[in-house]
Ligand binder design. Structure first.
Ligand code: COA
Length: 146
């Protein structure tokens, strides 16, 4: 059974493992702790009960009415089972309750999988940022108006 809930500090090691497996960028663990302290409602995990973290979504508010998804991943073996959609829907519900009107995020231009996923969830490409990533690849900016 999958439970979507807010991140708790005890989840950190499993979240860092997913980050390590998924993204080439390396982050200081304090980034996750600090963002959680400031935006606890923007940090969700998918828990396969009991206690196995299958994915997470980390966002940050960028304005009174807008939020940015900073990192979002589901462990490879749990993908394509609806877990990412469940997390995103729960995130959107939480943001709507807080009168957030706009969700934005960046995706690598060659990340077809994620582009497909976000388009299915009503996001549109609104911009391109050249050399956005550490390896100089460019990003699409995606936006969903709530
Ligand atoms: C993007 C991601 C979070 C989606 O999570 P997920 O749990 O696999 O997504 P879902 O199972 O809810 O998929 C929902 C829909 O997205 C689309 N989708 C997801 N994976 C896809 C793939 N590999 N190819 C094509 N479409 C895909 C499909 O339309 C899918 O619906 P369907 O299975 O009914 O066809 C996950 O693939 C992931 O962790 N990717 C690597 C990290 C990443 O790119 N993160 C986003 C940028 S920060």
């Amino acid at each position: 059974m999958v439970l979507i809930r807010r991140f708790e500090p005890r989840d950190l090691d499993q979240v860092l493992q997913i980050v390590f497996e998924t993204f080439p960028e390396r982050y200081n663990p304090n980034v996750f702790i600090n963002l959680h302290q400031v935006y606890p409602d923007c940090f969700l995990v998918a828990e396969i009960i009991p206690a196995k973290i299958a994915g997470f979504l980390l966002g940050a508010k960028t304005n009174v009415d807008s939020v940015r998804i900073l990192l979002f991943a589901v462990k490879r073996e749990y993908r394509r089972k609806g877990i990412g959609s469940k997390m995103l829907k729960r995130f959107i519900r939480e943001m709507l309750l807080q009168n957030i009107k706009k969700i934005e995020l960046e995706v690598r231009r060659d990340n077809k999988l994620a582009l497909n996923f976000y388009k299915k969830h009503g996001f549109n490409i609104v911009d391109i940022i050249p050399s956005f990533y550490q390896d100089k690849q460019s990003a699409y900016v995606l936006r969903k108006i709530l």
